[in-house]
Design a protein around this ligand. Sequence first.
Ligand code: ZN
Ligand code: ZN
Length: 750
Amino acid sequence: MARWDEILSLPVQNPPTLEFSSSDLVWSKVEGWRDNIDRVCLIPFARVDDFVRGESANNDCPTRFHVEARRRRPPEMSYKPKVDGILEYILYWCSFGPDDHRKGGVVRPSRTTYVPKKKSAGRPNTKRGCTCHFIVKRLIAEPSVALIIYNQDKHVDKKGLPCHGPQDKKAAGTRAMYAPYISEDLRLRVLSLLHVGVSVETIMQRHNESVERQGGPSNRDDLLTHRYVRRQERSIRRSLYELDEDDAVSISIWVKTHQNCVFFFEDFSDSDPFVLGIQTDWQLQQMIRFGNHRLLASDSRFGTNKLKYPIHSLVVFNLDNKAIPVAWIIAPRLAVGDAHRWMRALYNRVRTKDPSWKLAGFVVDDPLFDILTIREVFQCSVLICFWRVRHAWHKNLMKRCSTMEIRAEIAKMLGQTVLNICKGSSSANVFEDMMEDFVDATDFAEYFKSVWLPRLGVWFTALKTLPLASQETSAAIEFYHIQLKARLMNEKDCNVYQRADWLVDKLGSKVHSYFWLDEYSCKDDFARYWKDEWLSGLTKWRKSMKIPDTDIAIDGKCARVIDLEDRDSVHVVWNPGSEYALCDCNWSSTGNLCEHVVKTIKFCRDKKYVVPSVSMLQYTQALINMLHCPPYDSLVRDHAVSLAVCVQMQLNGQICPDNSGITSISVEEEVEQTLQNHDRIVENENHHANGDVGSALEQKHSGYGTDDARGTLVEQIASENDNCGDGAGKEHSSIGMETIPSSLSTADPK
Ligand SMILES: [Zn+2]
Ligand SMILES: [Zn+2]
């Protein structure tokens, strides 16, 4: 009895890494069965897989653990309340055991009739009697927790000698030197390449070339076999999306067989429509890696007109600020506002993997989105992204107006109006007033009146109450949307768009593969297979950074930009300096923001031809609001100043030295100015400055006078703000101060 008290009082350990092994845990010794001493510890049950993976990736003796035995208590079975009652018992064994197929080895009697048949590629060709194993128990008393009992943690046989891995002399030169299976990364790479149409021969050829280059096999992945790849190829070729004639039945079969990549599923009920949330393990890893202390953005209405159910994508941004989809939610149109149904499930899934994971900001592209739920679940600020509206206006101007002059004139008016709304200096009927100016463009005016006037009310409120996402974020989401279109909507038979089972199958296989390959560094090895779907590269925002200032000439109402690739071709940009600029290149003529437009914006802002962006205005406004905190809250103010300096450092790190122009100086001035205000407040406060906080503040601010002292302060603050400091110079990127430091971007500094 004492033993169970002891076990249940152990702390539940939850290492913050994606995978972890026994060396990352603190083990306790308790007296076990037959007077053995067992090593035990507690981890969250949801993380057993992470432990098994980490334990398999043991450097000294790579292997894999398989489930040798499992018992589950059926949920309906009644039980006596006992302290050691268990819901589930799983015995994991090293895959080089427990049987011993080596010469003279012992095979358990039940397995003696087993005749080794054809082995699937990549599996251990022989069991070598390894005794390493551990037990996982899920207790009735604490179902969220797994008790791990490690009985034998050495990879040795019954005689106590190493039986596989580098320590085993007899394994040298055989597969038993390495782990018995290929790594997850290689498995995904092979699958992705096959899904996008690369042949088995090409995959093997590239693989063999790289093994040869390094002078022969040196790890488990080098032993990839032709046979394994061919089998995968065959199973992909033979798989069908239509698992049942009835689409709904087909979907529920898919959900049952893909449990590990479904984070939420609710079928149609009397009151609610169906919702399916898809997230693969790889997507979850990206969400943890690129979402922590950073942004998550939503592209909420992909395929509204063509697909049976639209796709709601959630994306994070990689180090190039390119969007990676980390979850897809599929639900009928009317369920757009029902985010509370799936959002908590997604959040919990991430937090079980990484308890310290926290979002900095959530970017929505739909004013009807359930913002209260986002704030409640993710506890972060919410930003609004306007790209979809701008894109629709731009596209329709190109389609419905005949001349560039009129298009540019209308675009300029629309842009000015949105700017005024964001600044809070416009009334609700401003668009209606504007319609009178559209006389030269009746077709566009009709479109605007029927499509946009009814919807502008909600947009108006959203733009006034939520900070606007930066142009870089918008460019990244726009690029993602176009990629998804190229990768998904390329079927010859358009009837499939009306089947949801086709959609989930294609997202989970082909589309996922393309996005996986985007992050794969050796993608270029397969260039001869590239089709439109491989569409990748930098976002237009990033591409614009490659255009030198000397390639731009402002010419009256237009700017001329020399093409990056074709130096003889020149693009004409109307309304230079505005996000509502129009360019005559192909990319822009379909409604997208091209690199020429982005570059002219940056150029004009640097030269102070135009006012800073809305994001920038809102950012400085947020800074000022924070510094105007009530005097008694000096701690908040102090923190706000630290953050401001930290963000400033990140921004400076991003801006190339030769580009660090006017806009960055204006922020410095801003901070300087606000600091001076701050100093004044501190002075006023000095009478009642009590305790450590007050004196610390005073000390810090006395140093602001000289650059040196300021540098020291910045260092000090950077080290205090570890999380922000980590990202300095790489995580947040900005030129022309386009990035919103999300922790500062709410007007409400709670
Ligand atoms: Zn072993
Ligand atoms: Zn262009």
